[in-house]
Design a protein around this ligand. Structure first.
Ligand SMILES: Cc1cc2nc3c(=O)[nH]c(=O)nc-3n(C[C@H](O)[C@H](O)[C@H](O)COP(=O)(O)OP(=O)(O)OC[C@H]3O[C@@H](n4cnc5c(N)ncnc54)[C@H](O)[C@@H]3O)c2cc1C
Length: 409
């Protein structure tokens, strides 16, 4: 039997297990997927928990529900990858050998990387919403908060879903208006980027929206530490920003496993060919999702598009055919902007988010870089699509390659 080992049963690993189990002959192939956690989180849903729109139960389902029959599911922490021996060691000492591997171990938040972040104010006045526990703790805090200075800060890039902190401040503006204390809440958006977002057109549109909502943007702020006594965040160039409540996106890094196995860059992301999605160092390893060091967003949409490329190239590689599928860095993100509206961006390695209509030229129904109710419905519908279509590796009517149709240059 040939052995395919999938590391990580999150978004990417689950999609690949579903896609490949349909086409690999079960009399020739043994597919195993390993993950440390039994719960699958719909991570985009974390955004809505602090504002009472979703609760914890709305974003969790058992991972086992999404792994197809015939794929061996192992719930164990992976301790080490030994790529030169084609084997993996689990934390109980079990050894799993492989012929081919798909690495989809994602990214994790590492608040300890920022001095003073995990200190006496952690989960009292300082919160993250990139973990379910952080999002739930923030919900509890907001229930009785009477207002003050709220700072939303990004510690450093890259982070997964780079629009999520923007969505957070838009929803905060909405939420505090609804509970009647918006005039008592001062919202600041603190980012290491030169503006609201990375690329000129989207940064302008989102920056204007922030301004309309009276949310202050503090660009090019590189967080050095948090002073818990003074309740300020400090930058490397010695600027200080005071806060009553700080919501922060902690440093994002690849799985500890990658660092321990000597397979990552400085942040633990795996050097990956940005077109073929094969590991730069190991020919029998493909890398999918947030774990890869690709110059595009770390987002579920990227995982979904990239999965088509990994699928094609994996099937070519195992038959010694040339790998013809080429990933273009396609990313597509709905951006919740509050008050029942949203925006959407669609871009790739070479094309920045542009205005226009999506997916159909002139028709939409979604408006690129526009603030519309329809875009909000797209975001809300996405949770259903995620559980029922995307994770199961089923086709969606959106091509993995980005289309220029409907985009205005
Ligand atoms: C707040 C928030 C909002 C978001 N919003 C959006 C959005 O609107 N749109 C969008 O497209 N994306 C969004 N995302 C991003 C999206 O959820 C991720 O990009 C996507 O889930 C990444 O998939 P993945 O398979 O690479 O990693 P994951 O789904 O995170 O899976 C990685 C898996 O690897 C396992 N693992 C890691 N190390 C080990 C180990 N040593 N042993 C065993 N198992 C291990 C983990 O347990 C995990 O199950 C959001 C994320 C967050 C946090």
């Amino acid at each position: 039997m040939k052995k395919l080992l999938i590391l990580g049963a999150g978004t990417g690993g689950t999609i690949m297990a579903n896609k490949l189990s349909k086409v690999l002959d079960s009399s020739e192939w043994e597919i195993t997927i390993v993950d440390a956690e039994k719960d699958h989180y719909y991570q985009p849903g974390f955004l809505f928990i602090p504002f009472g729109i979703y609760n914890k139960q709305d974003v969790i389902k058992p991972k086992a529900n999404f792994i197809p029959p015939g794929v061996k599911l192992v719930f164990k922490k992976i301790d080490l990858i030994e790529p030169d021996k084609n084997r993996v060691v689990l934390d109980d000492g079990t050894i799993l050998n492989y012929d081919w591997m798909i690495l989809a171990t994602g990214t994790r938040i590492v608040p300890e990387e920022t001095p003073g972040l995990v200190d006496k104010l952690w989960r009292k006045n300082i919160f993250d919403f990139y973990s379910v526990d952080g999002a739930v703790a923030l919900r509890e805090f907001f229930r009785s908060w009477e207002g003050g200075k709220m700072v939303m800060a990004i510690s450093e890039m890259p982070i997964k879903c780079p629009v999520a902190p923007l969505e957070f401040v838009f929803l905060a503006d909405h939420y505090f208006t609804e509970v009647g204390i918006r005039d008592k809440v001062d919202i600041s958006y603190v980012t290491p980027l030169p503006g609201a977002f990375t690329k000129p057109k989207s940064s302008k549109m989102l920056g204007e929206l922030l301004k309309d909502k009276n949310i202050e943007v503090v660009p090019e702020f590189y967080i050095e530490s948090i002073d818990n006594d003074k309740q300020v965040i400090k930058s490397y160039d010695e600027k200080e920003i005071p806060f009553d409540v700080l919501t922060i996106i902690p440093v994002n890094m690849g799985s500890e496993l990658i660092e321990k196995s000597g397979m990552g860059d400085d942040l633990g992301f795996i050097p990956t060919d940005k077109f073929t999605l094969r590991s730069e160092k190991h020919e029998n390893i493909f890398v999918l999702g947030d774990a890869a060091n690709l110059p595009t967003s770390k987002a579920g949409s990227v995982v979904h598009f990239a999965a088509d490329i990994v699928y094609e190239n994996f099937l070519s590689a195992i038959e010694n055919r040339p790998m013809m599928a080429k990933f273009d860095g396609h990313s597509n993100c709905y951006i919740e902007t509050g008050f029942g509206k949203g925006s959407i961006i669609d871009f790739n390695y070479d094309t920045e988010p542009l205005p226009g209509t999506f997916p159909l030229p002139g028709i939409g129904p979604f408006g690129l870089l526009k603030n519309t109710k329809m875009n909000h419905y797209g975001k809300i519908l996405f949770r259903w699509i995620y559980w029922h279509i995307l994770l199961k590796g089923r086709e969606l009517p959106i091509e993995s390659e980005m289309s220029m149709a409907g985009k205005k240059i």
